[in-house]
Design a protein. Structure first.
Length: 420
């Protein structure tokens, strides 16, 4: 077995500081479901002492959310995420990725399939909302219902202006940006992309397009489908070369984190240098807007709970910028909820592969949000939006979940920054 499998884990001194940050350990209280325990398992695999076909070993590694909450709290600087990805790849060689997971990943990767299935899914949203619940069918329907654009801005006067396609801008020129469209984001959250583009323009950015971009490959990489992820990365590296010089703006934290790691993903590939160059141009939308100000909008009288996506907070280390974006909306009252920094249990296709543990992890998040009583929850990743939205619907609580940039967009609409 390759010692490279455990690269980045060498500094682990088994201190256990990471245990209380690990959502799966907090639920199961099993050392093998903790970062420290999993590091021991990965080292055992790397040294050939453990067998990747061992189903008990695989179950502990499968139960890892890949949330990377264990990394920023580690005083030794352990780099856990890349080692987990390599290990998952090794495990897929010993036993295949489940059919249901592969099916979902194929829909994300194949733009032709998405073009047929996403419009159907959008049409099903109203029915999905009626049938949403806790059951095996009800929960995925709740996830679909949670992709619907929220009407929460209506009472604040923001929705009408914000729905206009092309804003007129009077701001200092700030540069050129191209939005990463992705798969689920483009199919089910195009309203967030539009909000991203409008707020960028309102802050002086010229927004350009690039054809042929697609799914970032994050779901595939996290599930161990290494070659599929690399192929998707190559497609995006070529596509974004056409918008050379433009900042690549991600409004999905998981996709942004993946693109920032393309250099590592395409290691040894003829496109490795281009992948590093693309990774260096990628920013989350909150980073871009916080870097340009952002200009303040009109007041929105809303109580907001911000739930940071793991792949923004832990994987990208972006914490202050979403706060700066929300601070640009006067009137927003921030409410804090316990465990905001903990994973919601979405984690790509985790809720499909590990529904029981995913729901347990989510349960803590929903309890904390219900106790905080916000008018709206803000989070910057489609998986988190769907997972938390479905959890709230299953709990019978009508709190919408939106992207932070939508709040800024509504505020700008209300301020009259967008033309007729
Ligand atoms: S990963 Fe870091 S925090 Fe966790 S046990 Fe190892 S050294 Fe300690
Ligand atoms: S990535 Fe998340 S779930 Fe996995 S070991 Fe680290 S903290 Fe625990």
């Amino acid at each position: 077995m390759s010692a490279g499998l455990a690269a980045g884990l060498e500094p682990c001194v088994h201190c256990g500081f990471c245990l209380q940050s690990c959502p799966t350990y907090l639920v199961t209280a099993d050392e093998a479901d903790s970062p420290r325990g999993r590091i021991v398992l990965i080292r055992g695999l790397a040294e050939g002492r453990l067998d990747p076909r061992d189903p008990v070993l695989a179950s502990h590694l499968d139960r890892c959310l890949g949330c990377r909450a264990c990394e920023p709290v580690c005083p030794s600087g352990v780099s856990y995420g890349p080692a987990l990805e390599r290990t998952r790849h090794l495990l897929t060689e010993a036993r295949p990725v489940p059919l249901s997971v592969r099916l979902v990943h194929s829909i994300m990767a194949e733009r032709g399939l998405g073009r047929v299935l996403f419009p159907l899914a959008r049409m099903m949203r109203p029915a999905a909302r009626l049938l949403a619940g806790r059951s095996r069918l009800g929960f995925p329907l709740g996830m679909l219902a949670a992709t619907r654009p929220s009407g929460v801005a209506r009472g604040n006067g923001g929705a009408q202006q914000a729905s206009r396609a092309e804003p007129a801008v009077a701001a200092t020129p700030a540069g050129t940006a191209v939005v990463l469209r992705g798969c689920v984001m483009d199919g089910l959250f195009s309203h967030v992309h539009r909000a991203t583009e409008r707020t960028l323009r309102a802050n002086g950015f010229t927004v350009v397009e690039t054809d042929a971009q697609g799914c970032c490959g994050a779901l595939h990489a996290h599930a161990g489908q290494h070659e599929e992820a690399r192929e998707l990365a190559r497609r995006n590296v070529r596509a974004f070369a056409a918008a050379d010089g433009a900042t690549v703006v991600a409004d999905a934290a998981g996709c942004g984190a993946m693109l920032k790691e393309y250099g590592r993903l395409l290691e040894g590939d003829p496109l490795e240098q281009e992948a590093h160059a693309l990774a260096a141009r990628v920013r989350d939308v909150t980073e871009v807007l916080a870097g340009s100000g952002p200009r303040r909008g009109a007041p929105l009288e809303l109580r907001v709970a911000y739930d940071p996506p793991c792949h923004l907070l832990h994987a990208q280390g972006v914490a202050a910028e979403p706060e700066a974006l929300l601070a640009a909306v006067p009137g927003l009252k921030r409410v804090r909820h316990a465990g905001a920094e903990l994973c919601c249990g979405s984690a790509g296709s985790y809720s499909l592969a590990q529904p029981a543990l995913s729901h347990e992890v989510l349960g803590h998040k929903i309890d904390a949000l219900v106790a905080a009583r916000p008018d709206v929850v803000a989070t910057g990743n489609p998986g988190c939006q769907m997972q938390i939205g479905a959890g709230l619907l299953a709990a019978g609580v009508k709190i919408p979940v939106v992207h932070p940039v939508e709040l800024l967009d509504w505020s700008y609409g209300k301020a009259g920054y967008y033309a007729e």
